[in-house]
Design a protein. Structure first.
Length: 187
């Protein structure tokens, strides 16, 4: 029988690796597709009411301002656009108006596996992003939830994680390397 493979049917432990081969979730869940389950959609009703109350144009304007602020703060970071071989990042998302609210950061040096360690350090400090192996972290201010102050805090947390990486790097403790390897699925 030919199966129709979908995002939700992919094994969650490897879903974000974006592998060219489908690795199914064990059991019947592997036949799930990309449509959101009905019961997971019910909380969206409250969100839609909130959007209606605030006004979509106001949300779009604030979203642009939040992302513009994030971009400006990231570009002002000492870790932005550093020379080859130094710990740092580049913003690889196209500039406004050709982007949404998410910014993708490519971390260097790639050969030293900087991104997984920085990502783990961010998470420990409370900054949740989205990782894309081998070297990209995506940050997205959520217009309904995040403030401009929180955008500034996010950049500060990222810089702290990068400063720690610059100090300790891959020569950090064995326990730290084990945590990073486990979190990135390498153990």
């Amino acid at each position: 029988m030919h199966r129709l493979d979908g995002w939700w049917g992919n094994d969650p432990s490897s879903r974000f690796e974006m592998s060219p081969t489908f690795r199914p979730t064990p059991g019947a869940k592997s036949f799930q597709h990309s449509c959101t389950p009905v019961f997971s959609s019910i909380p969206l009703l409250a969100t839609l009411e909130l959007i209606d109350k605030i006004g979509f144009p106001n949300m779009v304007a604030k979203g642009r301002q939040l992302t513009d602020t994030l971009e400006s703060l990231l570009k002002a970071s000492k870790f932005h656009d550093r020379p080859d071989g130094q710990v740092g990042f580049q913003i690889i998302t196209p500039a406004a108006p050709w982007r949404g609210s998410q910014l993708s950061l490519s971390f260097t040096p790639l050969s030293q596996g900087v991104m997984p360690r920085v990502f783990t350090r961010m998470l420990k400090r409370g900054l949740v992003g989205d990782e894309r192996q081998p070297n990209v972290i995506r940050l997205t201010p959520a217009v309904l939830y995040n403030t401009f102050e929180e955008v500034g805090q996010a950049v500060k947390i990222l810089e702290e994680a990068l400063e720690e990486e610059e100090r300790e790097g891959s020569s950090g403790s064995e326990a730290q390397r084990d945590i990073v390897a486990r979190d990135s699925g390498q153990l």
